[in-house]
Write a protein that binds this ligand. Structure first.
Ligand SMILES: [Zn+2]
Length: 325
């Protein structure tokens, strides 16, 4: 493939927080902005074909406002899709995702980053599925009735009984389970319980950057055995230990994480999960319009066309096909 052809491979980004940025700033997803990292014009410039789009609840809204704030974000996403007049679709199944990538229509995949809105009887989970929910993090970095996240309130407990039930419900309904933010005992419980591949949608390699949000080699090997994947997170502090600004982190470090994972478990289990609009990213990326820089760096480091396609798109397609079937 020529550079031009490589550039035409649409990227699937496994984790973005643009809904939060839209809510906080009032900007429109459909108009190009200099605020935050993502809007539709910038996603197009970066050749991003689809994004897992997170509904995130700031802690001050919990627990009282969890459900209404979740619905507010879902409503915002749905209204944005309608207003896009066909430029954007809410993805409900695998065939629609592939079709969107082929037609150049931006695909939004609905994700809940944490299960605070979900009740013990799974009423909300079933209704959220009807609304388009296709991916769920059992926790953000704080405990729920299902599990504990990494962070100050991590007491080292694994999944609760309800947490195990939630995994089974997601497996049955065809909702992707995301273990980014989950504490390590919870990770091992999900691995043991899930009958479908799981993902760490926005986590990096602990061996390259020692941060609790990153996965150990043992976890990465198990994730690969499970058939899942990890999406490389562009957040500076997860790429380089202690980094606080984009100027401290060269783009090559992002590929160092990819190299480490590929050497450990092969090319099938690493993909992209930017954390755009949720974290500071390397200056070389700046925002979603600059994703091409990652492709260029992969090519410069010797990744062939097939490997680049897997990292940018095909590994996500494989996992979503299996989970959503
Ligand atoms: Zn996150």
């Amino acid at each position: 493939m020529s550079a031009e052809e490589l550039r035409r491979i649409p990227i699937i980004d496994g984790h973005t927080d643009y809904l939060l940025s839209l809510t906080h700033t009032g900007r429109s997803f459909l108009e190009e902005s200099t605020i935050g990292h993502v809007d539709l014009p910038r996603a197009r410039k970066g050749n991003i074909g689809a994004m897992i789009s997170a509904v995130f609840l700031p802690s001050e809204l919990l627990p009282t406002h969890a459900l209404i704030e979740t619905l507010r974000a879902v409503d915002l996403l749905k209204r944005t899709v309608v207003a896009s007049d066909g430029q954007m679709e809410l993805i409900r199944d695998y065939d629609q995702l592939v079709s969107c990538l082929d037609r150049g229509v931006f695909g939004a995949i609905m994700h809940f980053e944490g299960a605070e809105a979900i009740d013990p009887e799974f009423v909300v989970l079933r209704l959220a599925y009807e609304l388009g929910l296709r991916s769920l993090g059992l926790v953000w970095s704080r405990p729920t009735i299902f599990a504990e996240g990494v962070g100050p309130e991590n007491h080292g407990h694994g999944l609760t009984g309800l947490g195990r039930e939630l995994v089974a419900q997601c497996n049955n309904m065809g909702i992707l389970i995301d273990v980014s933010h989950l504490n390590e005992p919870g990770f091992w419980d999900v691995i043991a319980e899930s009958t479908k591949p799981i993902v760490a949608s926005h986590s990096n390699a602990r061996a390259v950057c020692d941060h609790e949000r990153n996965l150990t080699d043992r976890q990465i090997k198990e994730l690969a055995k499970n058939g899942g994947l990890m999406g490389i997170n562009y957040a500076v502090g997860f790429l380089v230990e202690g980094a606080r600004s984009g100027s401290e982190v060269p783009l090559s470090v992002l590929v160092d994480h990819i190299d480490h994972i590929v050497n450990l478990v092969g090319i099938e289990h690493v993909a992209l999960g930017s954390d755009y609009d949720g974290a500071g990213v390397p200056d070389a990326l700046k925002d979603a319009a600059h994703d091409w820089a990652i492709v260029a760096e992969l090519a410069r480091r010797g990744y062939d066309d097939d490997a680049i396609a897997k990292i940018c798109r095909d590994n996500w397609l494989r996992v979503l096909k299996e989970v959503w079937a």
